[in-house]
Design a protein around this ligand. Structure first.
Ligand SMILES: *Cc1c(COP(=O)(O)O)cnc(C)c1O
Length: 518
């Protein structure tokens, strides 16, 4: 078929005259000048309108002053008022209007609709799920990263940003005994980190097509649910999931893994992946990493360790030995926005087998050809589903430079002791406690001699939530409803734990009184 342009040329009856009497050069020039003047004046008008997107230094100073005023007030009052507010947000308050607002007005909306509802995640009193806090210096790094807007996905675009990311990953390889040849990535969090690892495991073992239904993954019933999500996302919904038996500390019993693999092999199935946790979310349990790693190795299974919560406790001298064997992992996920106290938005993955990661994540597209160069470092974009990414290395690197590693280690050790202290105090009062925890998640319940223990403790947590003086969450252990306390916000201090104990006990008395009355 002919192209439209070619057709027009073929049938245009005037093209002949055009050829004989070409427009004078002068005519053409005049027309261009006229056109360009009109375009230019429109551009200038638009330029004036869009200039507000690039404020002057004076305007920037004013904006920053407002923001600083707000953030200082927020931090100065962070431990006053509620830690949890169950009120819903008013979505209309966020409506996108066409009229601009002053930053002061915008911050008012933020204060009312964002900062004062839900869990105050930056506060000392966030003792539920897995907190972290969000250190200030990391926020400054984000500010800097956003102002300079380095393109952190490709080393051709920002060799500095990529080298910084590589250095942080190398530091983590050192911490966890991974070889230098391992690859890694700074992700938005543990979920994507785990997904990258499981994808690599799938690809190295060629789990696709008819093989999927025959393939077996071994995991703990306490394994974080993002791993289940990841398996479904990467097309492994139909693999066989074998939940392993746990000991009284909620750690996988290694012998059960060995036995299950044997049985599955005998049944003609294809065991290919073991996932252990270094700190489960339910109870903070660290699985027997060495034993599991050795069994995985013996049977040629991919060994993944999800250390999103607990990973950086390896820095604590006292707990280091729990992490023995983590170096046997084929892949390892950690979350600096948990055990390094960063603001949300930073996970990391390390994988020993580069080719396995590249299989799904590395792709050469024509429009990226300028960036192909073997002399550059491995591009973060080759190890992750992301291409463009936030320059998130800076939010970890800058704090490590500014403070050194020592305060982080001190903070982790402080959290371990606070957990112990909390348990001692609750025990004195008469609460029942879960087993001595590996890390900083501990669970407890109020024992009820005659009556529904689960119902009582649910009421107890509800009462604590309603008061909002601290924030705790719950889980179910062997069918039992238990309340969990997770000490990991860097702001959680001795006085926070004392307050938590008194809040919990006050709530316990209140629920007890109301139960007696009813
Ligand atoms: C938090 C957590 C995850 C998920 O990480 P995100 O950063 O929330 O995506 C995975 N595994 C464990 C053990 C976790 O604690």
């Amino acid at each position: 078929m002919q192209k439209a342009g070619a057709e027009r040329q073929l049938y245009n009856p005037f093209s002949f005259f055009k050829f004989v009497f070409p427009k004078s050069i002068l005519q053409k020039k005049l027309k261009n000048i006229y056109m360009n003047n009109s375009i230019k004046s429109r551009i200038l008008r638009l330029q004036e309108r869009s200039a507000t997107l690039d404020p002057s230094q004076e305007q920037r100073d004013d904006l920053l002053k407002d923001l600083q005023g707000y953030t200082n007030k927020f931090l100065n009052n962070i431990d006053n008022g509620k830690y949890y507010n169950s009120e819903k947000a008013n979505k209309n308050a966020f409506s996108i209007g066409t009229k601009p607002k002053l930053l002061k007005e915008i911050l008012k909306i933020y204060a009312n609709e964002v900062a004062s509802k839900g869990i105050k995640a930056a506060s000392a009193g966030h003792l539920g799920y897995i907190p972290g806090g969000g250190i200030y210096s990391s926020a400054l790094a984000d500010y800097l990263a956003d102002i300079t807007n380095e393109y952190a996905g490709i080393s051709f675009a920002s060799p500095g940003a990529v080298a910084m990311e590589q250095e942080l990953l190398d530091w983590m390889k050192g911490l966890f005994g991974f070889p230098e040849s391992a690859v890694g990535n700074l992700t938005s969090g543990g979920s994507i980190a785990n997904q990258i690892a499981l994808t690599a495991a799938r690809d190295r073992h060629g789990i696709k097509g008819a093989k999927i239904e025959q393939s077996v993954v071994y995991l703990s019933p306490q394994l974080h649910h993002c791993n289940h999500k990841a398996l479904r996302i990467i097309g492994l919904e139909d693999v066989i999931l074998r939940e392993l038996k746990l000991d009284s500390h909620s750690r996988i019993i290694a012998g059960d893994l060995a036995g299950q693999i044997q049985k599955d092999k005998e049944a003609g199935l294809n065991p290919f992946l073991v996932i252990a946790s270094a700190g489960t979310t339910d109870t903070g349990a660290v699985d027997p990493l060495k034993d599991l790693g050795e069994i995985a190795e013996e049977h040629n299974l991919w060994y993944h360790v999800d250390a999103a919560y607990g990973g950086f406790f390896i820095l604590s001298q006292e707990r280091k030995k729990l992490f023995n064997g983590i170096e046997l992992a084929d892949s390892l996920a950690v979350d600096p926005h948990k055990s390094l106290f960063l603001p949300f938005g930073l996970g990391a993955i390390l994988v020993k087998d580069k080719e396995a990661v590249f299989h799904s994540h590395h792709h050469l597209a024509n429009y990226m050809q300028d960036t192909f160069d073997d002399n550059f470092a491995i591009d973060p974009a080759d190890v992750s589903p992301e291409l463009t990414k936030h320059f998130r290395a800076l939010r970890l690197w800058l704090p490590l430079q500014l403070h050194g590693i020592e305060p982080f280690v001190a903070c982790l050790e402080e959290k371990l002791l606070l957990t112990q202290y909390f348990r001692n105090r609750l025990q004195e009062i008469g609460f029942a406690l879960g087993p001595v925890p590996d890390l900083t998640v501990s669970y407890f319940w109020w024992p009820v001699a005659n009556g529904d223990e689960n119902a009582f403790n649910k009421k107890l947590l509800k009462e604590i939530h309603q008061k909002g003086e601290i924030f705790l969450s719950s889980t179910t252990i062997n069918g039992k409803f238990v309340i969990r306390l997770a000490v990991l916000s860097f702001r959680t201090k001795l006085e926070t734990i004392d307050k938590a104990v008194s809040v919990i006990d006050k709530a316990r008395k209140k629920v007890q009184d109301s139960t007696i009355r009813s």
